[in-house]
Design a protein around this ligand. Structure first.
Ligand code: GKR
Ligand code: MG
Length: 429
């Protein structure tokens, strides 16, 4: 094996990135969100970049994996999974700390490990591509599209965080008019053609009114609504009836495969999920029961870019559509999302991205959305370069934090404004 492809060291940099007060069914985004930047440095002097969740439970797994990497070839991404199982600690210890049913899907020790492995896999592919002079899409079999379409991710939101955080100029959006104004800005600035509304925040009739207002403002444009499982089966069916003429899909209206299967059997709107199908083990039952028509892939969930392609092949085989999920992320992840999305033959829907909400980044160039699409980079690796000064500043924020922001907790963030707030039981409506 060419020694240039051997890992010399792995650097982990936990950071806190500014995040606006975006609302969801669990609460509100904290002023700062933890992310982890992974750098795989090869003996050839090349550095590959990866990015994933930065909460403590992910860091606890990333550290031993980083320590086990030196001496391994960056080509051996398949070996990362067994290595992580060997070195990433006792699953019982991790299980005790998972946040069940969080907004990153129900979490288990395996899921946490996959989210950590995903960043190491992306970093190895970035390093391999940079060494060989090939873009990551070429390492995945080649792109089938030159541009990847993204969707405008609309959120109910406050004007500003009650305490802390960085101000932005978006303003509050708490009613249909506010959501339409937000959509106009996304349309004007980025050219997004499709719109996703994060629901589960207000009583369903208010969110139905917001979708109706969007349909009136942007007739014929794809619209999707996602309350993160906050509704009962009957409420979900009522919303599906109300909006069947305007929704591209209804995402996770209710919680769990049983409820989704019941809704799917009785509703005329395609159901999508990033909550009840987030592991290969969940696929057979969900597909056999037709509980979803679309799965939102996410390389951070499934264990990386190759596993994303494996999921895509399953969806093609069973005639299930494919979209892409996002949580709050930066430019390294956006580049990885774009590279893998460019290689998927059947990507039936515009991908989610939170990136337009981020005022900060750790890569040197801001992504340039044109007509709601990103051009697929043909530069070696992911096609992004690290801004070390920005990385250092965001890491300094993490070091100086008193721990309040180092783990995502949307409910705790809501309690700053409403001390009596507790994560609502589902179904909430
Ligand atoms: O960013 O608040 C949010 C979303 O609710 C996110 O956490 C979800 O996991 O975007 C994700 C989704 O589509 O469910
Ligand atoms: Mg979702």
């Amino acid at each position: 094996m060419d020694s240039a492809l051997i890992v010399e060291e792995v650097q982990l940099t936990p950071i806190l990135i500014s995040d606006p007060p975006l609302l969801n069914t669990q609460g509100v985004h904290q002023p700062y969100t933890p992310r982890l930047v992974v750098e795989v440095v090869t003996r050839g002097g090349v550095t590959g970049l990866g990015e994933t969740y930065g909460d403590g439970k992910y860091l606890d797994l990333a550290r031993p994996l980083a320590g086990a990497m030196p001496g391994r070839p960056v080509t051996d991404v398949n070996g990362l999974f067994s290595l992580a199982e060997r070195v990433c600690g006792d699953s019982r210890a991790v299980d005790g700390r998972v946040d069940a049913g969080g907004l990153r899907g129900a979490q288990t020790a395996d899921k946490l490990r996959l989210s950590v492995v995903s960043a190491f896999e992306v970093a190895c592919l970035d390093a391999l591509g940079k060494t060989l002079g090939l873009p990551v899409h070429a390492l995945l079999g080649g792109k089938v599209r030159d541009r990847v379409e993204y969707s405008a991710y609309l959120f109910y939101r406050w004007d500003a965080h009650p305490v802390g955080g960085e101000a932005d100029d978006w303003g509050a959006a708490l009613d249909p008019a506010g959501i339409v104004e937000q959509a106009r800005r996304f349309d004007r600035t980025y050219g997004f053609r499709s719109f996703k509304l994060k629901g589960g925040v207000f009583p369903p009739e208010r969110e139905v009114a917001a979708i109706r207002a969007l349909a009136e403002e942007f007739p014929g444009r794809p619209l999707r609504l996602d309350p993160n499982g906050a509704w009962s089966v009957e409420t979900s069916l009522a919303v599906a009836r109300e909006l069947k003429d305007v929704l591209e899909y209804l995402e996770d209206p209710a919680s769990g495969t049983d409820a989704m299967a019941e809704i799917a059997a009785r509703a005329d709107v395609p159901l999508a999920t990033n909550m009840c199908v987030t592991t290969f083990e969940e696929v057979p039952e969900a597909f056999a029961r037709d509980s979803v028509r679309i799965v939102l892939c996410d390389h951070h969930y499934w264990g990386g870019l190759h596993r994303t392609r494996e999921l895509a092949a399953l969806c093609r085989t069973y005639g299930v559509g494919l979209s892409m999920h996002s949580n709050t992320h930066l430019g390294i992840s956006l580049a990885a999302m774009t590279q893998v999305a460019s290689t998927l033959p059947r990507l039936d829907h515009a991908c989610d991205t939170h990136h337009p909400w981020q005022s900060e980044d750790v890569v040197t160039a801001r992504p340039l959305f044109e007509d709601g699409r990103l051009a697929v980079s043909d530069a070696p690796g992911l096609g992004v370069e690290l801004d070390r000064d920005r990385l250092a500043a965001l890491h300094r924020r993490w070091v100086e934090d008193d721990g309040a922001m180092r783990d995502r907790d949307d409910a705790a963030a809501m309690r700053v404004a409403d001390p009596g707030w507790r994560t609502p039981e589902v179904p909430r409506w």
